[in-house]
Design a protein around this ligand. Structure first.
Ligand SMILES: C[S@@+](CC[C@H](N)C(=O)[O-])C[C@H]1O[C@@H](n2cnc3c(N)ncnc32)[C@H](O)[C@@H]1O
Length: 217
């Protein structure tokens, strides 16, 4: 049974996983960026060039590189220094050419991060901390996305009931309940077509797209 002390901090848990040398394909690491992110950025085309993106809890940073390869300056933010190092090493190994410089990795806590971005991308991040911190999560996103910007939430795991979290289960409704009062407008909230998920997660994920409409409420 997990000790759900309010806002319990899992920093050392995550650092331990990464410091132990978590490999591509192990645990939550899917070994590549999410197919839906690639599809969305392809669809956006030149519109995302020159924009900025924040990917908190980016792990090895596959999604950070996806943004960078579409011309977006992308910041992968990780609480674990070992994850940041793994992300840097992975990015260096990918021979990305000029896109490499658009991918930046920072060690830091999302809940204390200060900046503003055109895009936010939240995948297997809200599930990584205790539910008691979710209101703070929404508050943080409301400050981190500039008015007119977009937060993309890829929602997983839903209803898996993992016996010893993290990851903690999430639901699409929770994202809506948390984000709408913080000045986000729903663009899309729906089940993701199976072909747009990592194969083992097909049929189990939801996509939310949220437009930041106003300064923080
Ligand atoms: C479930 S993993 C997902 C990693 C990545 N999104 C992926 O799909 O491979 C959650 C990640 O969030 C990071 N993390 C947890 N709390 C964080 C925080 N407060 N700020 C930044 N990163 C955090 C952990 O170190 C971990 O790598």
């Amino acid at each position: 049974m997990v000790d759900r002390v309010s806002a319990k901090d899992y920093t050392s848990y995550w650092e331990g996983l990464w410091a132990d040398g978590l490999q591509a394909g192990q645990k939550f690491d899917a070994g590549r960026s999410a197919p839906v992110l690639q599809a969305l950025l392809n669809q956006a085309g030149p519109a995302c060039r020159g924009k900025t993106a924040l990917v908190p809890g980016c792990g090895r940073g596959y999604d950070v590189l996806e943004f960078a390869q579409h011309g977006c300056t992308a910041t992968g933010l990780e609480i674990s220094k070992s994850a940041t190092d793994a992300g840097e090493r992975y990015a260096d190994s990918c021979n990305l050419g000029p896109a490499r410089e658009l991918a930046q990795y920072q060690t830091g806590d999302f809940f204390h991060h200060l900046n503003q971005y055109d895009y936010g991308y939240d995948y297997t991040f809200m599930c990584s901390f205790v539910p008691e911190k979710r209101a703070d999560w929404a508050e943080a996103w409301s400050k981190l996305i500039r008015p007119g910007g977009e937060l993309i939430t890829l929602i997983f795991p839903v209803g898996l009931g993992i016996p010893s979290p993290p990851p903690f289960d999430v639901t699409p409704e929770q994202y809506e309940e948390l984000l709408i009062p913080k000045g986000f407008q729903k663009i899309v909230l729906e089940k993701l077509p199976a072909h747009l998920s990592h194969a083992p997660r097909a049929g189990k994920e939801y996509i939310g797209r949220w437009r930041k409409t106003a300064a923080s409420l």
